[in-house]
Ligand binder design. Structure first.
Ligand SMILES: [Zn+2]
Ligand SMILES: [Zn+2]
Length: 248
């Protein structure tokens, strides 16, 4: 017979992917396979998630700090600040696929910790009034069973995260193979603010959370909807950003 305290811990979660007690047991690093390590070891994080100078408006890498890229200078995006933890290349592509498509939501804690270590991320979240995930359509949510961006937002800022303020009003065809102009056209009318709560956005600072940023079409469309509802500032924090010209 197990003591009650141990029984409680074990029954809290018997699935390592769900986080909880089992997360505290030593494990193998998912990238370098070293043992015993946290699911993402320090050496891999410092090697594969090295901070680099990025455009503060679109998070694309830049040779110099604090300067916007040419595209953002010519046409400023609707985000006050855009931060990414990593570039969407190996090993993050594989890890995000496990998290998002292979029913492994337990990765949210480690991946959110990685996002928190992004320069300026903690300050941005501290200053925010709302931390809002990019919502999934009801159809996509039913297929996957969870919104990967909501799990990240909840880990990043448990008291400011809200999944019911920014809504997805309809499903959109897969964006993956479409050029940016078509992605934007696809998304017209796809987001809305919960009408009963619009006043809660007026004059507020919002941080949008997403797992992968490709063209920025979803983040930009959502940011415009939030600004139209009265949000004073809208920024974004994402887990991974594709490189210029590449697609997720
Ligand atoms: Zn490692
Ligand atoms: Zn830029």
């Amino acid at each position: 017979m197990r003591p009650a305290w141990l029984q409680g811990l074990l029954s809290a979660s018997t699935d390592p992917r769900a986080g909880g007690f089992w997360c505290w047991l030593p494990s193998r690093c998912a990238i370098c396979q070293s043992w015993p390590q946290s699911p993402l070891c320090e050496a891999c994080i410092s090697h594969f998630a090295q901070p680099q100078h990025r455009c503060p408006s679109c998070a694309l890498p830049l040779p110099h700090p604090e300067r916007r890229c040419g595209t953002c200078l010519k046409s400023p995006p609707p985000l006050d600040l855009c931060l990414t933890a990593t570039t969407y290349t190996w090993p993050w592509v594989d890890l995000i696929a496990r998290y998002k498509f292979q029913q492994q939501p337990g990765w949210a804690m480690s991946l959110a910790t990685l996002m928190l270590s992004t320069p300026l991320a903690e300050d941005l979240l501290d200053a925010a009034d709302w931390v809002l995930p990019i919502p999934l359509s009801a159809q996509r949510l039913a297929e996957r069973g969870y919104n990967q961006s909501w799990l990240l937002a909840r880990q990043l800022s448990p008291h400011k995260a809200d999944a019911r303020l920014l809504l997805r009003t309809r499903d959109t065809p897969s964006q993956r193979t479409l050029p940016r102009a078509e992605r934007l056209a696809n998304l017209v009318g796809a987001f809305a603010v919960e009408p009963l709560r619009a006043a809660q956005l007026r004059g507020k600072m919002v941080v949008l959370i997403d797992d992968v940023m490709t063209s920025g079409a979803s983040l930009h469309t959502a940011a415009r909807v939030l600004r139209a509802a009265g949000a004073a500032k809208v920024s974004a924090l994402v887990l991974a950003r594709t490189e210029a010209g590449s697609d997720a």
